[in-house]
Design a protein around this ligand. Structure first.
Ligand SMILES: *Cc1c(COP(=O)(O)O)cnc(C)c1O
Length: 539
């Protein structure tokens, strides 16, 4: 086997470019950065995904503060090239004809996007992560089973299959079915394909580790000929996609050092699981770091103020409110999920109001909730209600997407992040901010323990200890956040030389360590390293 095996990378979503909305959030952005770095570094990787014609919903906030979703089917045909590859995907006993499109216009490694050929079958790939369990399983069969078949139709024979998240694990069942067709039992087939499969787990949050009923998988045909008890041996009952991923793979990774520790403990009792190692996420510099910052080593402040001006112009265009470029601007943009505590900084009016009223602090929020996540939608409603109390200093920007992500992580002064540790597996928006000299003010969760030098390149909220009681954890972190703001962040902002030095330290800390180029090098050096060869040597 060659030193750099051909990797087939499977992911449900890709955030490659703002014009191409086939992503929902962090996972997709990460996958987009992964394939762009692979392309730029010339690494042997091809990627598999689905062509989501419905894209991801636009989300506005109604007068009453309730998020409104609007499907906005975009014409993506100018962005993809036909490959001529045709294959079928078995769903509910029918072989559905499918095609693969190719995307390579973003400097990325080849990305193949699958879709049913007939309009009538396109319900499967209409809208990312939406629908009931049956739609989800159909999407996952298209990605996993369809992915393996598309590779065959394209004449690509990967030596490593990387399931990025559990969505792709049915590819493992298809690979086992290929072995069965050659006369192997399920167990022997599983053992034969395992050395070629690697898996990445992305979240310690329970709901992010999807399960399906065994009956549904059997009915839909996701089992690919495996018996019910064989499926259960792989993924348990109900069938957990992460458990199946860990058991199908010979090697697995988590997305930061802290997340590896958390994930090892979380999946400790899964027999036959692949060992989990840390590979910390990174972001694609060409996409996320502004060229003017990269070149402006002498006058970072000047370059930053230009970016801040651009952000504030866009904010004014969208909201009619003119924020000030000479006052501290804190940014917070996250998917609305309870553990991320978007509204934390606003929870004690008596502490935060004086700073907002004096006009020394301005806060920009953004984020979407999943259309079917009531708790997440409620968080946005609360946030918007609070923003309306301080209309000149606290703003909520609708429709968080890559474009807005770029503007915010370049133009804010401080990037706030306050998840309940250890639930943020990595987080990547803080890396984008760091690369642009936007200083992180964050709980020691995800990637931040690896990057933070307190008071030098950003600030840590709290001491990194974990408080299992959510109420006490919120109280404690909120107090630490207010104290830091008042005693360190606001005073530092008045000291131009100090701020400039911190910006430089932030950029220097992040440029290589939190770049997706470093991340790709690590995936090739460890996760993708000739698994079959090593397996034979040790087994
Ligand atoms: C970077 C990015 C994310 C992920 O950021 P986190 O810090 O992981 O929450 C999500 N959505 C968009 C649009 C992004 O640009």
């Amino acid at each position: 086997m060659s030193e750099n095996p051909t990797v087939a990378y499977f992911c449900m979503e890709y955030g490659l470019h703002p014009e191409f909305p086939i992503y929902a959030g962090g996972l997709g952005i990460l996958a987009g950065d992964h394939v762009k770095s692979a392309g730029e570094l010339g690494l042997p990787l091809v990627a598999i995904g689905l062509l989501w014609r419905g894209g991801y919903s636009h989300q506005r906030i109604g007068e009453d503060g309730v998020p409104l979703d609007r499907d906005d089917a975009r014409d993506l045909s100018g962005l993809v090239e036909p490959t001529g590859a045709r294959f079928t995907v078995p769903i509910e006993g029918r072989e559905i004809p499918c095609v693969a499109w190719k995307v390579s216009r973003y400097g990325n490694a080849p990305l193949y996007l699958l879709e049913p050929e007939a309009e009538a079958d396109r319900w499967i790939s209409r809208r990312l992560y939406c629908g009931g369990p049956k739609d989800r399983v159909a999407q996952e069969i298209l990605l996993g089973v369809g992915g393996v078949r598309a590779l065959r139709a394209l004449g690509i024979r990967p030596s490593v299959y990387h399931f990025n998240e559990g969505h792709a694990v049915f590819a493992g069942l298809e690979l086992i079915a290929e072995e069965a067709a050659a006369g192997r039992t399920f167990s022997d087939g599983w053992a034969a394909v395992r050395p070629q499969i690697v898996f990445t787990t992305h979240t310690p949050v329970e709901a992010g580790n999807e399960s399906h009923s065994l009956d549904l998988l059997m009915e839909m045909g996701a089992n690919r000929g495996a018996r019910r008890e064989e499926l259960e041996r792989l993924g348990g009952n109900p069938f957990n996609m992460t458990v199946a991923g860990l058991r199908l793979a010979c090697r697995a990774n988590a997305v930061s050092a802290l997340h590896a520790k958390t994930a090892k403990a979380m999946w400790r009792d899964v027999s036959g699981a692949a060992p989990i190692e840390p590979i910390t996420n990174g972001v694609h510099p060409g996409t996320w770091q502004d060229a003017r910052i990269r070149e402006a080593r002498g006058d970072l402040w000047g370059a930053h103020q230009a970016q801040k001006g651009e952000l504030l112009a866009e904010v004014e265009r969208r909201t009619g409110v003119a924020l000030r470029t000479d006052r501290l601007l804190v940014g917070f943009a996250r998917r609305a999920a309870a553990y991320k505590r978007s509204d934390l900084i606003l929870r004690k009016a008596e502490r935060i109001a004086p700073h907002l009223e004096r006009g020394e602090l301005q806060i920009l929020f953004s984020g979407k909730a999943h259309p079917q996540d009531e708790a997440g939608r409620q968080i946005l409603t609360n946030l918007v209600r609070m923003a309306r109390r301080y209309p000149q200093s606290v703003l909520f920007l609708e429709d968080y997407d890559m474009r807005l992500g770029q503007l915010l992580t370049r133009g804010c002064d401080v990037w706030l992040n306050n998840p309940r540790r250890p639930l943020e597996a990595s987080g990547t928006s803080g890396m984008k901010a760091a690369m642009n000299g936007v200083l992180n003010l964050s709980v020691l969760d995800g990637w931040w323990p690896e990057g933070c030098e307190h008071g030098v390149n950003g600030w840590q909220i709290g001491d990194g200890s974990e408080e299992p009681d959510p109420h006490r954890s919120d109280e404690r972190d909120l107090e630490a956040l207010y104290r830091l703001l008042e005693t360190e962040v606001l005073p530092a902002y008045q000291d131009r030389a100090r701020w400039n030095a911190m910006m430089a330290a932030s950029i220097q800390m992040s440029e290589w360590r939190f770049s997706s180029h470093r991340m790709l090098r690590e995936y090739f050096a460890s996760l993708y390293r000739a698994p079959a060869v090593e397996q034979r040597a040790t087994g």
